[in-house]
Design a protein around this ligand. Sequence first.
Ligand code: ADP
Length: 469
Amino acid sequence: MKTYPLLIDGELVVTATTDAVFDPATEQVVGHASRADAALIDRAVSAALRAFPAWSADTALRQRTLRAAAVVLREHASEISRLITLEQGRPLKNTAAEPLNAAATLEQFADYAPEAAAPFEEGGKQIRIIRKPFGVVAAITPWNVPVGILFTKITPALRAGNTVVAKPSEHTPLSTLRIAELLRDVFPPGVLNIVAGAGEVGAAIARDPRVGKITFTGSVATGRRIFETAARDIKRLTLELGGNDAAIVLDDVDPETVAEKLFWVAFRNSGQVCFAVKRLFVQRGVFDAIVDALARRAERTRVGNGLEADTELGPLTSRTQYERVAELVDDARAHGARIHSGGAPLEGPGWFYPPTIVSGIGPGSRLVDEEQFGPALPVIPFDDVEEAIALANATPFGLGASIWTGNVERALPLIEQLDAGMVWINRHAEGSKQAPKGGHKSSGLGVEGGGAWGYEHYVQVQVVSVAAP
Ligand code: ADP
């Protein structure tokens, strides 16, 4: 079975100590990831630092390289998508777009031209404001969308002239390490380094004083730790953390139509999406109809191995995640919840948990208050929409939120009352190529995204002021 190498200073490095990576659908090992130790992390950061002056000085080289990387991702898209399904679990038909979206991100930033601030005069002095890269950027990524999130981070970082040390999650390192192999000859040595290992490898990179900026997506707990580490050198940070998104359904909707849409924005990727719907508030008049339609949709969902063509939802990516979802549903049941579909793990092997619709619980219940990050959705009735908005906002999270209604005019004055970085009417969990994406409150710091929004987080300003001799 293959041992996937790291990419350090343009060299592929297979280590003696490796980590087994499991297919969550079979619990079988699908490959081994090389693991970076302190010496290799040091080599990666040193190489990135060495590569920085030449890389940051040559805009045309950066644009050309990003385009070349996009070509490679497109050529190997089906291989990469299969690898994501194998280690992450999502069905092939859903992972198919991930490498292609990454290629599109590379192309978008290759073409992106930051708008230069016009020089001006003030009191006889010439003033220019320019943007400068940080130097070495550390990119630490999670397991739910391993390739997409990697490229959302490293593409603007590289385009802006930074060099990169990236680390994928220990649960899903293979797709990233395979991309490292494929891109080895595309990037000049040291510009893109990819190391792997568990949390301590991420912590060691984040601690390195030569790293100027850290971009991280993952749990709030780890984000907080990185924030603390970054404080020592005042490292710049972009954090995309958890969410506990609310969707508020008003009683003027068609329950069947809306339930089908709600189902997918809650359960896509088996609920393992930062901005999936995780709390559903439904106005009393349509409550029973929505719960019933969701439960029927859940019951007919084909849960299975993501490699099979007709699978709609795959397994949970890790045993920890699978056990956590089971624990939260059991806790809800113990506190008097009604389970309308699912409610118990499927028979193994594989970390399968069916889509589960829960009612009869509210704030104060763990399944409502905590981020479940899995296929179990609490549905909570409300009478007055202001009450629902207050409940939606009563969380330390602030990633996304939505209102569903047959009358958009009715929702427009309400939507801005939701304290979240992304708010939607009649949709949820959908981004835009040009708009920023990021959370309020504990859900994050800064934004990511296409064009200027993504780019500006990877540069710092420098004011050049010139007086006559
Ligand atoms: P989860 O607990 O769901 O795996 P994490 O937020 O811990 O989510 O993981 C996201 C990424 O952060 C992974 O690549 C993981 O290895 C990394 N990581 C975990 N702990 C740390 C840490 N203390 N410092 C830096 N990175 C870490």
